[in-house]
Design a protein around this ligand. Structure first.
Ligand code: NAD
Ligand code: DAU
Length: 333
């Protein structure tokens, strides 16, 4: 029997990769996918070109905060995988209102209508940033949430709202908290695609603060693998961390990107003012998803990064219009 999956935010970076994978040759074959996406600055219809003509794919442009639209869609679906969000920390520092609206109100609208429609499984895509910042060691899922930016605070709120619908109403909510993703189709405001596209254009890259902040990088294929394990085999009301195991300081990452693009530090790196409230390090403990669901990241970072840089080199038609239309400070770095 075909499972009808509603994917919110499916025109964004991770959501579109999930949909292309689900409907691709290695996908499960027994799913029909509807993408619900508002097509904000981060949503790009071109990300779905590969699946547009697929017989089990459909697209609805709309807002997850619209209860009438969302309620109608819930009645026609069995499961939900919820990616839609405002996702960029720097934008949330400039102004948090849209983050609270989409991430908190939108998630509430989805779980409330999902519960009323009798949705079987609701996967909420969260982030490792909800835990805050950690100097040593790694967070297990039971660690208290101590988010620092308006973005991560809105994601922590949405996690708790989603989980409350499990505790209160018995909705089968499963939450994933993932580390930093990288790969193709990543919007060029985030550090890897921003630095790569600047370097490919012979421009400089803005490194925040002392460059000592550490992130754990995960290839998008491995994130999608983890989400599928949780959707198909995870347990109701549970949280699953997903990480990559490749911790790098931003200085180390910048060095690798310079090498990959044939640029040098002196000519290409500008040290700029630090991000306000900049989290020093994220690190998730992935024991639970590894032992319970057999998750293991498969993509090596060096090979994945080289492939990503190649993709940006070969797909200027994808990112050049996005940078030309840019409204963020990152655009003119
Ligand atoms: P993205 O910004 O690339 O995509 C977000 C998508 O949501 C876009 O297509 C946008 O149009 C859509 N959207 C925004 N507001 C909407 C609304 N009100 N209604 C309907 N659609 C709306 O984000 P991403 O990097 O693909 O992240 C997807 C999810 O994964 C987010 O929830 C994010 O918090 C989480 N996450 C991201 C990372 C990462 O490294 N990028 C890591 C862990 C978790
Ligand atoms: O950890 C998961 C999170 O990863 C996701 O929840 C977010 O949606 C996603 O955007 C990402 O958040 P980060 O803030 O870690 O990613 P970003 O690419 O914005 O920044 C990564 C690091 O690089 C961070 O320490 C800040 C630094 N940086 C970033 C930019 C944009 C710079 O030094 N210069 C820059 O221009």
């Amino acid at each position: 029997m075909t499972t009808r999956v509603l994917v919110t935010g499916g025109a964004g970076f991770i959501g579109s990769h999930y949909v292309r994978t689900l409907l691709g040759p290695a996908g499960p074959g027994d799913v029909a996918v509807t993408v619900l996406d508002k097509l904000t600055y981060a949503g790009n219809p071109a990300n779905l070109d590969e699946v547009r003509g697929h017989p089990r794919f459909s697209f609805v442009r709309g807002d997850i905060c619209d209860p009438v639209l969302v309620g109608g869609l819930m009645d026609r679906h069995d499961q939900v995988v919820h990616f839609a969000a405002e996702s960029h920390v720097d934008r949330s520092i400039d102004g948090g209102a849209e983050f609270v609206r989409t991430n908190v109100v939108g998630t509430h609208t989805l779980v409330d209508t999902a519960h009323r429609a009798g949705i079987e499984v609701f996967v909420h895509i969260s982030t490792d940033e909800v835990y805050g910042s950690i100097d040593d060691g790694s967070w297990p899922e039971s660690h208290p949430l101590r988010p620092n930016s308006p973005y991560s605070a809105s994601k922590a709120s949405s996690d708790l709202v989603a989980l409350s619908y499990h505790r209160t109403h018995g909705l089968d909510v499963r939450v994933t908290r993932c580390s930093n993703n990288y790969g193709h189709h990543h919007f060029p405001e985030k550090v890897i695609p921003l630095f790569v596209t600047n370097l490919l254009d012979g421009r400089k890259v803005p490194l925040y603060g002392d460059g000592g902040n550490v992130r754990d990088w995960l290839h998008i294929d491995d994130h999608v693998q983890g989400i599928e394990l949780v959707r198909t085999r995870g347990r109701a009301g549970e949280v699953y961390n997903i990480g990559g195991g490749t911790e790098l300081s931003n200085r180390e990452l910048t060095g690798m990107l310079l090498d990959a693009c044939g640029a040098d530090w002196e000519g290409s790196v500008v040290h700029v003012e630090d991000r306000k409230g900049h989290d020093r390090r994220y690190s998730v403990d992935c024991t639970k998803i590894r032992e319970e669901l057999g998750y293991a990241p498969r993509r090596g970072f060096e090979e994945g990064l080289a492939e990503t840089v190649r993709w940006y080199r070969d797909n200027r038609n994808w990112w050049e219009p996005l940078k030309a239309a840019a409204d963020g400070p990152w655009a003119s770095a």
